[in-house]
Design a protein around this ligand. Structure first.
Ligand code: AMP
Ligand code: MN
Ligand code: MN
Ligand code: MN
Length: 277
């Protein structure tokens, strides 16, 4: 069985529509896919409709942005009830923060002589939850950078001119709302926050103290030692394992379901009641 518990659509900063994402997952032989857009569940209804007559099990998901010290920490919710009012209210507030932040990013870039990026990013986002990915695309279109990653390195990432300190909810709030909606709370891509081991352990300790259930230990592109290290941490803190591509766009390295071998430790797949064989 091929599982992928982390992916994005056009409802946030992904490039495929929910329909396109589901069809792609089928083509890649993915058996179970979670769609986990940033602070929104808007893509799920369309995806469910398409998946209905496909050999694919869809898991309702979301990726909630949280604030911890000065870091942006992402908490994935799996198996959530999208009708849950408390969760939807939290997500609506987060999207409001996204708009406020986007205006501020625009203002900061304008000070650097880069005008009109807020408007252009909103246009790129359309109905989606606006994010830095949309800004990255605008900067790329304008030829100010050669890749979206360079847009983060030069303008949008922490410490750069267009970075705005985040104002997301805290980790505890995200976990509590995911639980209220009947979901499993997963610490997303723990190795991507560039934390020292000491701070990573602090983060996982806090996450587990506030009731977090799982952490991602397997991603598409990952050094074997990193994978082994994350699995050790996962076991030590008695969290369930999760695996996910964090797919945003068709590309060379990251693909739905690719290289997501299940580790031999308890995982979210068991909690979700999925058949492994
Ligand atoms: P946002 O949620 O608007 O803060 O944007 C974060 C998203 O930007 C991530 O989910 C990634 O899709 C994308 N991204 C790409 N490169 C980076 C980077 N270097 N730092 C943070 N986010 C990045
Ligand atoms: Mn993203
Ligand atoms: Mn993330
Ligand atoms: Mn993601």
């Amino acid at each position: 069985m091929k599982f992928d518990f982390h992916s994005h659509t056009k409802a946030s900063d992904g490039d495929l529509t929910p329909t396109e994402l589901v069809l792609r997952a089928c083509n890649q032989g993915v058996d179970v896919l979670a769609i986990t857009d940033h602070d929104t569940t808007a893509g799920l209804a369309e995806a469910l409709e398409v998946a209905k007559d496909k050999p694919l099990t869809l898991i309702n998901g979301v990726e909630i942005s949280t604030r911890w010290h000065s870091f942006d920490i992402h908490v994935v919710g799996l198996g959530i009830d999208t009708e849950n009012q408390a969760l939807q209210t939290l997500l609506a507030g987060q999207r409001q923060q996204r708009v406020i932040r986007a205006e501020e990013i625009g203002a900061r870039l304008a000070k650097r002589g880069i005008e009109g990026v807020y408007e252009a990013a909103c246009q790129k986002a359309g109905a989606a939850a606006v994010g830095r990915g949309h800004f990255a695309k605008v900067l790329l279109d304008r030829g100010l950078v050669n890749t979206q990653q360079a847009a983060f390195d030069k303008y949008l990432g922490k410490g750069n001119a267009g970075y705005v300190p985040n104002n997301w909810c805290d980790i505890e709030t995200a976990v509590a709302h995911i639980h209220q909606a009947g979901g499993i709370a997963v610490l997303a891509h723990p190795a991507r926050y560039r934390l020292s081991n000491k701070w990573l352990r602090k983060l996982i300790t806090l996450f587990s103290e506030v009731g977090g259930d799982a952490m991602e230990v397997v991603l598409c592109q990952q050094a074997p030692h990193e994978r082994a290290f994350l699995q050790t941490l996962c076991e030590q803190y008695q969290l369930l394992a999760s695996v996910g591509s964090d797919f945003h766009t068709p590309g060379r390295w990251i693909e739905l379901g690719r290289h997501l071998h299940l580790p031999e430790i308890p995982g979210v797949w068991q909690r979700l009641g999925l058949e492994v064989e």
